[in-house]
Every structure is written in structure tokens, then in C-alpha cells.
Design a protein around this ligand. Structure first.
Ligand SMILES: NC(=O)C1=CN([C@@H]2O[C@H](COP(=O)(O)OP(=O)(O)OC[C@H]3O[C@@H](n4cnc5c(N)ncnc54)[C@H](O)[C@@H]3O)[C@@H](O)[C@H]2O)C=CC1
Ligand SMILES: O=C([O-])CC(=O)C(=O)O
Length: 329
């Protein structure tokens, strides 16, 4: 049976994450090895030529699943009929730019893109925001798309989730595949909280297996939370292939489901669970099934975790208030 191609829109397609992402989408890693895709690449006018170069390379791979590539600088065209929208392009912070300036500059990107998604995307559109500040950019886009169910707007904390699994595996000598139920709470920023109290290593509680609160507080949490800065320091450029890989993981899990006995972390609009104010786009532990996600309920949050979740959520509330003050919500 021939399947109808899924329309996948990628913004910032000529950037470094875009370059690492597009080939994996086209080769079937995003949605599945039997799902044909049509790509729409959105760039600013200065980025169009480089996006065309990437499209030439995509053609040269002769991917059997790739059924077309369209390149545009018009969000209304890029999101027309989009089933999956990966919002990667964002305004990076430049010298002398304050946080408020960054939020304002990104508001100028994510508000019109949210409106274009509202007006043109397919009814089943799923949106992942990668561009930083990812959680608040997702909130801006979602607010501009009142006709799209709010839960379709998500922000990427899967890279943090994967980083935390890898650090925990290195500490304990466990295989990455033995680590389950890790959680990233809060913002994709240095305040995020990677939580191992409910995680399992080969079926045993991870916090008990580690049994080292000093390592947890002084090494594990800051290493995961500041990994982005460490990569910039080492590579001279921010994470690209690992960020693209996390975007693939995020959408693949959302569409195809979490494994039995495991969960993942996604930045999603809060329903008030775990004391996170409703509407904030915060990272939670979630399970996915049938193309929808659900927050894992009933976890016991200890004092150590509560303080850290609250601090990250407080930062999200401040970002929301700042963009509200700028008239972006
Ligand atoms: N959530 C996460 O875990 C991570 C997020 N990031 C963020 O992802 C974003 C992209 O990173 P890179 O690809 O490395 O940046 P990059 O600077 O290499 O590429 C960004 C691309 O976006 C394009 N762009 C800018 N404004 C646009 C607009 N309005 N519409 C369409 N395209 C637009 C630019 O022309 C550029 O080609 C950054 O904001 C970065 O901070 C990066 C790593 C991890
Ligand atoms: O830190 C950055 O600028 C890029 C990023 O979000 C990450 O690597 O987590």
C-alpha cells in the first residue's frame, strides 16, 4: 500500500542543526522506515541559497522516502499542510544583548510562525520548538495559534534527557539501554532539574544505586544543566548533531510511543500537575501512545527535587511575564 507522504516543515533549515537533521528526516528516522515525507524548508532570505545547497545534497542521496523538497522564506507557504513542524531557526544571543532583547527578537520570529501554523497547518499538526529560549518560544507560538490545540506545542528537553542518561551510565558503568524513567523538569536552561529519584538502572532505583548526594548535587546536575555551554567551549559552536538527534527522538517517541516500563521528557503546556502553573511550557515526565502524550502522575517529589523544580518553574514564569510585558502573549 502506498502511504500519503507526511509534510515536515523545518525552520532554520540552513543552520547547523538543520544540516544534521534534514538527512535523518529524509532517511526515515523521524517517523519510521515506511513513512514517506515531503520537506518544507523555511529560511530567512539570506539563508535561502545555503538551504538550496542542502536540498541539492538531499537530492543526491536519492532517499526512497523523500517525496519532495520546497524552500521558502514565507511562513505561510512553509507551514501549509504541515503535519510536523520543527521550529529550529531562532535569533542567537549576540554581544551586548540582554535577555529581554533576545525574547523580543524571538517574539518577532515565533509569533508570526505560530500564526502561520494556526492558519495553514494540517489539523493534526505537531510542533516541536528547538530554537532557544525553547520553552518560551513555544509559548509565544502557541499563544499565536488559538485554533490549534495547545498541547500540540512542545519544547525540546530531550537533549537534556539524553545527556543525563549518558552521564548516569558513565557514573554507574551501566549500559545506556538499562536506564529508564529519568526525568528533566522545568526549563531548557541552566535551571533545569535532571531527576534520578524515580529513574531505574536495570530495574533498581538509580538514586539508591548511586547513593551519593554530593555527586548528584555538585557534579551530575550541573554537568547536565551546563552541557550546552561546555560543548560551545570545546567545539567553538553549539551542539548540533546531538540536538538534531534529540529532535528526531522527541518526534519519533511522540508519534510512535514510549516503550513499556519507560517514559521520556518533553516540554509541554502544564495542566497544573506537580504544582507547575497551568499553561507554562515546562518539562515533565511523559508517556506517549497513539500520537498523544500524558504526564506521568503520582510521583513522590522529595524536598531535594521540590526546591529545584520550583526554581526552574519560577524562571519560566519570569520569562512568560517578560514576553507578556512585550505584548507577545
Ligand atoms: N532545545 C535544545 O536542546 C537546543 C536548542 N538549540 C537552539 O537551536 C537554535 C538553532 O541552532 P543552530 O542550528 O545551531 O543555529 P544556526 O545559527 O546555525 O542556524 C539557525 C538558522 O536559523 C535561520 N533563521 C533565523 N531566523 C529565522 C526565521 N525567522 N525563519 C527561518 N529561519 C530562520 C538562520 O538563517 C540560520 O540558518 C538556536 O536557538 C540554538 O540555541 C541548540 C541546541 C539544543
Ligand atoms: O546552550 C546552547 O546555546 C545550545 C543548547 O541549548 C544546548 O546545547 O543545550
Amino acid at each position: 500500500m502506498t502511504r500519503t507522504p507526511v509534510n515536515v516543515t523545518v525552520t532554520g533549515a540552513a543552520g547547523q542543526i538543520g544540516y544534521a537533521l534534514l538527512f535523518r528526516i529524509a532517511s526515515g528516522h523521524l517517523l519510521g522506515a515506511d513513512v514517506p515525507v515531503k520537506l518544507r524548508l523555511l529560511e530567512i532570505p539570506q539563508g535561502l541559497k545555503a538551504a538550496e545547497g542542502t536540498a541539492m545534497e538531499l537530492d543526491d542521496c536519492a532517499f526512497p522516502l523523500l517525496r519532495g523538497i520546497e524552500i521558502t522564506d514565507d511562513p505561510n507557504v512553509a507551514f501549509d499542510g504541515a503535519n510536523v513542524a520543527l521550529l529550529v531557526g531562532a535569533r542567537p544571543r549576540t554581544k551586548g544583548m540582554e535577555r529581554g532583547d533576545l525574547l523580543e527578537a524571538n517574539g518577532g520570529i515565533f509569533k508570526p510562525q505560530g500564526k502561520a501554523i494556526n492558519d495553514h497547518a494540517a489539523d493534526d499538526v505537531k510542533v516541536l520548538v528547538v530554537g532557544n529560549p525553547a520553552n518560551t518560544n513555544a509559548l509565544i507560538a502557541q499563544a499565536a495559534a488559538p485554533d490549534v490545540p495547545a498541547e500540540r506545542f512542545t519544547a525540546m528537553t530531550r537533549l537534556d534527557h539524553n545527556r543525563a542518561i549518558s552521564q548516569l551510565a558513565a557514573k554507574t558503568g551501566a549500559a545506556v539501554s538499562d536506564i529508564k524513567k529519568l526525568t528533566i523538569w522545568g526549563n531548557h536552561s541552566a535551571t533545569q532539574y535532571p531527576d534520578i529519584f524515580h529513574a531505574e538502572i536495570a530495574g533498581k532505583n538509580a538514586a539508591e544505586a548511586v547513593n551519593d548526594e554530593v555527586w548528584l548535587a555538585d557534579t551530575f546536575i550541573p554537568t547536565v544543566a551546563k552541557r550546552g555551554a561546555a560543548i560551545i567551549e570545546a567545539r567553538g559552536a553549539s551542539s548540533a548533531a546531538s540536538a538534531a538527534n534529540a529532535a528526531i527522538d522527541h518526534v519519533h517517541t511522540w508519534v510512535n510511543g514510549t516503550a513499556e516500563g519507560d517514559w521520556t521528557s518533553m516540554g509541554i503546556p502544564s495542566d497544573g500537575s506537580y504544582g507547575v502553573p497551568e499553561g507554562l511550557i515546562s518539562s515533565f515526565p511523559v508517556t506517549c501512545e497513539g500520537g498523544a502524550y500524558k504526564i506521568v502522575q503520582g510521583l513522590d517529589i522529595n524536598e531535594f527535587s521540590r526546591t529545584r523544580i520550583d526554581a526552574s518553574v519560577q524562571e519560566l514564569a519570569e520569562e512568560r511575564d517578560a514576553v507578556r510585558g512585550l505584548g507577545l502573549l
